[in-house]
Design a protein around this ligand. Sequence first.
Ligand SMILES: [Zn+2]
Length: 115
Amino acid sequence: MEITIARKRLEEMRADLDRSISILQGERPPPLAGAGYPQDSADAGSSLSEADRTEAVLHSARSQRDEVLAALARVEENTYGRCIDCGGDIPEGRLDARPDAARCVGCQAKYARRR
Ligand SMILES: [Zn+2]
């Protein structure tokens, strides 16, 4: 993939994630120090799980944003498209599907197993 296209796609992904994160943060009630449970017990169950869901989506959006930022840094360092573990070339098709991919398929599988 052309590096300028990769950079453009990554910047678009970052903008999308920034938007999603700020929307999610707006939906999330501000954290209360020491508390954490809503006063209204009738509604506690549903609002708590709703907050948990938002938190989970927020968490994955943030970690994906980190991946995108790391990929943009690799573009700047001219190491984009190379696996951060083995240094091998990441296949074109994989970068096309996941422009923020940091590892080749083999290393990603190993990395996923380690987690
Ligand atoms: Zn690798």
